[in-house]
Design a protein around this ligand. Structure first.
Ligand code: CUK
Ligand code: CUA
Length: 641
């Protein structure tokens, strides 16, 4: 007997009657005509392309994976925060600096939220940003070549969770700290948390031409936890909204300490005001340390620079910069609808969904009738900013996205479902179970002014019985729903890489024509480039040896190397001379403590080998490149020093 997850059991456990769980026959398998029909709608014929690119965060894998939608086919895993042997990312000398931080080389992170760059509130397909949660960082991936172009560390932050969300012209990528910590870090009793620990909200500006990120300023905030964030759009452009929890400022988050308050806050940040304050010289420079790593596409080499200071704006001292909107019980997701009017805070421990009104918020601010303050930051009155309430829609609401018809879709972790409801009337229209325990959901463009209301992807935390068993560590699972009609329809399951907290998707034609085909060899400015086999050479510099090597079907030059000694440090700088699209070559040495290089046409990459034993050691091409691929090989002779 297969053991199946029992929704009824969950409901009775929770002790709350749930409409969605009320139906014991709600099957978790599709059958017959329905399944055939679904198959047709996700089928992409051989040789055909998907309609959307979907970018799924890799969670604890630290990477970003690229899927086609609606097929659910995996195209690529883009290495971002973790070393990747397939692409030698974080192993090659060129890419190692990408993983430098103020704490040294960190070859891993926990990636949560990808967000695609926007122009005029619409996805533009230039870049995609994603956060590193553990050692606070934000990465920018260039969608011209689907590779990580830049990583900036976020100082004065710990748990970079409310990140990386972009404003509607990509003016800023924004990050908020999950943990409040002593700022600057110091040796202090944890019990002295309250008042001493601080939160920061970081605004990273983006150069519209190059995409280069720059940590413009940080807003110093009370010692809450900052969970998620979304930018205003349209009328609320210029504002950014962050959910908070633990507004009690407890140092231990046992429920009694940290979930006491009936309401936590959404912090509404007026970043245009912040810019005014900076112009007026109200920012204070604070010494700190953070790494800023960039990959240069002409030299094919990354550099890491350590920055020494950051500009701070103190929310307690600067009126009008931040307001607090009371939101019931430990809100998690913070989502803004396409019109920019509604701000949805999903209280994990709240029975109802609370929706705030941006217009009402402005009025409440104007009226100056506040409900007290926290560290000098005005708290608006709950009723003054309330747009509406969706009554008892489900259990454990997490995240909300929107379609282009004025509907919202919220995930419920505990009752394991997606609920569709109407903005303005707040009525529930539809609900569909997820398999199981959904976290985020994603509608292509659902984060912009122009969502594409065709598909919805639910990202589920628990897989249980969805796939063939593969031992105790199961993949997470994504589920694709058709949302073009009144009722949602489940079309497809597909497994994901790591934990896909969030995803972003964009119409394929917005990126396809921009996607780079080749790196031009004559534009290769790598320090150790070798542009022809005639220029290949071995150069000794003390114990350091530099091999200038070329690769072209189906030969390495040089392919016989002598004169290497035990104790040498040998750098292989390997240039792929191919200028045909789609002919990479690979290389590695037996016993090299790096991995394989996979060098794409026109590029130069470097690996290091420190031979420990005398002998004649072979190397070969690892990527099947031609009929003579198996002949693509060579030897290095190693002698005693
Ligand atoms: S979080 Cu994972 S389900 Cu990091 Cu956006 Cu809500
Ligand atoms: Cu080159 Cu195989």
């Amino acid at each position: 007997m297969k053991k199946r997850f029992n929704l009824l059991a969950v409901c009775s456990l929770a002790g709350i009657f749930m409409a969605g769980c009320n139906n014991p026959s709600s099957s978790n398998k599709q059958s017959g005509a329905m399944a055939t029909n679904a198959a047709e709608r996700v089928y992409v014929a051989p040789g055909e392309y998907d309609e959307y690119y979907g970018f799924f965060s890799g969670g604890f894998s630290g990477q970003l994976s690229v899927y086609g939608l609606p097929s659910g086919r995996l195209f690529k895993v883009i290495p971002v925060f973790s070393q990747d042997p397939e692409k030698a990312y974080g192993y090659s000398e060129e890419t190692k600096p990408m993983l430098m931080t103020s704490h040294g080389f960190i070859p891993w992170d926990d990636a949560h939220h990808p967000d695609i760059s926007q122009t005029d509130g619409e996805l533009d397909g230039r870049w995609i940003f994603i956060n590193g949660n553990n050692t606070p960082r934000i990465a920018r991936i260039d969608l011209e070549d689907f590779s990580t172009a830049e990583i900036i560390e976020i100082p004065n932050s710990a748990g970079n969770h409310s990140s990386s969300f972009v404003t509607e012209n990509t003016e800023y990528v924004v990050a908020g700290t999950r943990f409040s910590v002593p700022v600057p870090q110091r040796d202090i009793s944890i019990k002295e948390y309250k008042g001493n620990f601080k939160g920061t909200l970081s605004f990273i500006s983006v150069d519209q031409k190059t995409g280069d990120m720059n940590l413009s300023f940080q807003i110093m905030m009370p010692g809450f936890n900052y969970d998620l964030a979304h930018p205003g759009r349209g009328k609320s452009h210029g504002w950014f909204f962050f959910t908070t929890y633990n507004t009690e400022e407890a140092h231990s988050l046992l429920e009694v300490n940290a979930s006491q308050n009936d309401k936590d806050f959404i912090a509404a940040v007026n970043w245009k005001k912040a810019e005014e304050y900076i112009k007026a010289g109200k920012g204070k420079k604070m010494p700190t340390k953070y790494a800023h790593n960039k990959f240069d596409n002409s030299t094919h080499t990354a550099t890491s620079t350590m920055k020494e200071e950051v500009l701070i704006l103190d929310a307690s001292e600067l009126p009008g910069l931040v307001y607090l909107l009371p939101t019931p019980k430990s809100p998690h997701g913070c989502d803004v609808d396409p019109s920019g009017e509604y701000i949805v805070g999903n209280g994990k421990l709240s029975a109802n969904l609370t929706v705030h009104s941006f217009d009402k918020m402005l009025k409440a601010i104007e009226s100056k009738q506040f409900d007290g303050e926290s560290y000098g930051i005005p708290i608006l009155k709950f009723e003054d900013v309330l747009a509406g309430v969706v009554e008892q829609p489900g259990l454990g609401p997490l995240h909300t996205e929107f379609d282009d018809q004025g509907n919202a879709y919220t995930t419920f972790f505990i009752s394991s479902e997606v609920v569709k409801w109407k903005l303005g009337s707040w009525e529930v229209i539809d609900r569909k179970p997820t398999y199981y325990s959904v976290g985020h959901l994603m509608i292509p463009g659902g984060n912009s002014r122009k969502p594409d209301g065709k598909y919805l992807v639910a990202m589920n935390k628990i897989t249980k019985d969805r796939y063939l068993p593969v031992g105790p560590d199961l993949n997470h699972s994504a589920q694709l729903y058709d949302i073009s009609g009144d009722k949602m329809e489940l079309l497809l399951d597909f497994p994901t890489i790591g934990e896909p907290h969030y995803a972003a998707a964009i119409k394929a034609d917005k990126i396809m024509h921009k996607s780079r085909e080749i790196y031009k060899l004559d534009e290769n400015k790598h320090k150790y480039v070798t542009k022809s086999p005639a220029d290949a050479k071995v150069v000794r510099n003390g114990k350091e040896v530099h091999v200038y090597m070329t690769m072209i079907r189906s030969h390495f030059t040089p392919d016989n190397i002598e004169g290497i000694k035990v104790g040498d440090k040998v750098y292989f700088h390997v240039t792929n001379l191919e200028q045909d699209f789609d002919v990479p070559h690979g290389i590695s040495m037996l016993g090299a403590n790096t991995t394989e290089l996979l060098v794409t046409p026109g590029k130069t990459e470097t690996f290091v080998w420190e031979p420990k034993e005398v002998g004649v050691w072979p190397f070969y091409c690892t990527d099947f490149c031609s009929a003579l691929h198996q002949e693509m090989q060579g030897y290095v002779r190693v002698s005693l020093a």
